[in-house]
Ligand binder design. Structure first.
Ligand code: MSP
Length: 638
């Protein structure tokens, strides 16, 4: 039985970050879950390399578009390798095979009367590759807010209008075809408004797949990109896909355009589209202009990929937006992985080494726990199947909690001191119960935290890989009595929150700079190494202050007017160029650092009696210097 799933193919005008990793990691986990259920699962990802955005980015660097995308496609491929994701097909839209598939899809649509030549005049967003109907020149793109561009061109049009009813019938006949429900409702509402025909070729762009017999035309990037899902597995009998996993912002392309193209071409439709929510950074949208994009590799280096995988799947309710923060990540790691699973594993295995010479005792296990484990397996698998990852993990962790309690209640360290038969039997039962539950939990978590599960698995003494486990093996009682355990070692060493966050932040700066270099952009190096004497440094009087008031400055979108108390009789009036990064209301009450002995000066008619200290790179917004520790107002920075 096959299960074919896909991630979106990522644009090559940006480098991979945690948002891309979120989808790809989830897809990898689903693939592993399907394998556990006995499917031959195949996962496709890739890169979306055509379009005006890439053309322009390459031009800016004096590179050919192909040279430019080669580098970034490699960057994505590498990223998935570093994160240990099990990708089967990595398809680039610049491959010849893909081009032939796109051309073939076009001809199938044309031969069946769904394509005609016409003229397009209207607004277009080059960043989202979106035609904005009913927009006037200069109107913003509804997706990203950037101004749209006016384009007039001879195009081939796809008769999208012919599919309104067919699409509505599809959503009706298969209510879970687009998930979750909120996205389905959005799609239905969109289609009900009426569909306009869609321009699917371009004459103003060169960087694209040529339209057969029309040398001036290349395909519209979405017609091109969506076809990747088929071209990646061309001739393998894997189409239709069982699942397209996407982010919520590209639902329309997948749930409206894509099935229409396929229906027009008389090709089978994918079985399901699931749109997850957005990963925010500390509740804010991640974006280049905010400079708050997080990359996955620093997390991988400090806490391991499994920590990130677990966090993303546990913390975010799949389908809804979720927030990432280093604090929450380390918090989850320590409480659930180090203390929860890690502790259960080391405690259980160490006791079997200590009390039973490292051999699994012979016992059926404690009946209530056995039943609870079987129930937990059934409900967790059911939740996984509905893509309710967070719920599934909650179920598994409540079993872990129950086991901890069980061990404490049974107090095997006391039983071990008794010499009578009943104590001996109880100790066997306790140790077997803990070890068998650990086996079940570990196997069930294989798809979520594959590396760590493999480690615990071999500590349990298994010689076959944990990835060979199938759902039928999850039943209670399959741990063979007498099995010799492997060497016990910590799988999730406790992380020092402060140190590990510092380390991740440091590595994040390094990774950002490396990616910028890969993209051909430069990050300014620290000023040339002219050394100053300590006395020179001490001339600068930097103080900790607290913001008492903050307001926008009339006539400026950069400046904020702050009143900062640094322990003097009156708060300082300070004008700071931070309006792009902070809203006035979020600053009140916040501790900041200021330079207190600068010459005062006037800005927009307001006196500025100091300077707020903030950090930024050339193109990132300023980030205010702040303190992790409690620090008194007026304290000097030195
Ligand atoms: N190239 C198109 C997709 C074509 S599919 C035929 C595209 N590429 S993209 O590079 O912009 O990637 C978008 C996808 O990346 C989202 O749909 C989502 O899966 C993932 N994410 C990127 N940033 C994200 C977050 N901040 N949060 C969650 N996922 C997001 O659109």
């Amino acid at each position: 039985m096959k299960y074919y799933l896909t991630t979106p193919i990522y644009y090559t005008n940006a480098a991979p970050h945690i948002g891309h990793a979120y989808t790809t990691i989830t897809a990898d986990a689903i693939k592993r879950l399907k394998i556990m259920q006995g499917y031959d699962a195949v996962l496709t990802t890739g890169t979306d390399e055509h379009g005006v955005n890439v053309e322009r980015a390459a031009e800016a660097q004096g590179k050919s578009a192909q040279e430019y995308t080669d580098v970034i496609a490699e960057e994505f491929r590498n990223q998935w390798k570093i994160l240990g994701l099990s990708i089967d097909r990595f398809e680039r839209t610049t491959s010849d095979r893909h081009a032939r598939c796109v051309q073939d899809l076009f001809m199938r649509c044309r031969d069946r009367g769904y394509v005609y030549k016409g003229e397009y005049k209207g607004q277009y967003c080059i960043f989202d590759n979106l035609y904005v109907n009913d927009a006037k020149p200069g109107d913003p793109c509804p997706e990203c807010g950037r101004p749209t561009e006016t384009v007039t061109e001879e195009n081939y049009f796809f008769r999208l209008s012919a599919f309104q009813q067919k699409l509505l019938d599809l959503y009706e006949a298969q209510p879970d075809w687009v998930q979750p429900e909120t996205r389905r409702n959005e799609v239905i509402a969109f289609v009900k408004q009426g569909l306009q025909d869609l321009s699917i070729t371009r004459t103003q762009i060169k960087w694209g797949i040529p339209v057969p017999n029309e040398p001036r035309h290349v395909f519209y990037v979405w017609f091109d990109a969506l076809t990747t899902y088929m071209s990646a597995v061309h001739g393998e009998g894997l189409w239709p896909a069982d699942l397209h996993l996407i982010g919520k912002e590209i639902v329309r392309f997948h749930a409206v355009y894509w099935p229409s193209f396929l229906m027009a071409a008389e090709l089978p439709l994918p079985k399901k589209i699931f749109a997850h929510g957005w990963l925010l950074f500390e509740n804010d949208k991640m974006s280049k202009s905010r400079g708050n994009i997080v990359r996955a590799t620093p997390i991988h280096k400090v806490l391991g990929t499994d920590a990130l995988r677990y966090f993303l799947l546990r913390e975010v309710v799949f389908g809804q937006d979720g927030s990432f923060s280093y604090d929450a990540l380390v918090g989850r790691y320590n409480s659930d992985l180090a203390n929860g699973l890690g502790n259960l594993a080391s405690r259980t295995l160490t006791m079997i080494h200590q009390y039973r010479g490292g051999a699994v005792p012979d016992s059926p296990g404690e009946a209530h726990i056995a039943e609870a484990a079987d129930d937990a397996v059934a409900s967790a698998l059911e939740a996984f199947d509905k893509f309710e990852f967070s719920r599934a993990l909650e179920i598994i962790w409540s079993l872990i909690g129950r086991l901890d309690k069980f061990i404490v209640e049974r107090a095997p360290w006391k039983l071990a001191k008794e010499k009578d038969d009943e104590s001996r039997r109880l100790l066997d039962e306790t140790l077997y119960t803990a070890a068998e539950a650990l086996r079940v939990v570990t196997a069930l978590l294989g798809p979520v935290i594959p590396d760590s599960a493999a480690k615990i698995w071999s500590q349990l003494g298994f010689t076959h890989p944990v990835s060979d486990v199938r759902t039928r093996d999850l039943h209670w009682g399959k741990l063979p009595a007498g099995q010799l355990l492997g060497t016990v070692g910590a799988v999730f060493p406790r992380a020092d929150a402060k140190l590990s966050i510092e380390k991740m932040r440091e590595l994040e700066v390094v990774e950002y700079a490396r990616q910028q270099a890969v993209l051909g952009k430069t990050v300014p190096k620290p000023e040339a190494e002219t050394k100053i004497a300590i006395e020179d440094f001490l001339k600068i009087d930097m103080r900790v202050g607290v913001v008492k008031e903050a307001a926008a400055v009339k006539g400026s979108d950069k400046l904020l007017h702050l009143h900062v108390d640094i322990g003097e009789p009156k708060p300082r009036s300070i004008v700071a160029g931070i309006a792009g990064a902070y809203k006035p209301q979020e600053l009140v009450g916040r501790k900041v650092a200021i330079v207190a002995n600068l010459q005062p000066r006037k800005l927009k008619g307001l006196e500025s009696q100091g300077m707020i200290i903030a950090a930024s790179l050339e193109d990132t917004p300023p980030a205010l210097v702040s303190f992790l520790d409690d620090v008194p107002v007026g304290a000097r920075l030195k």
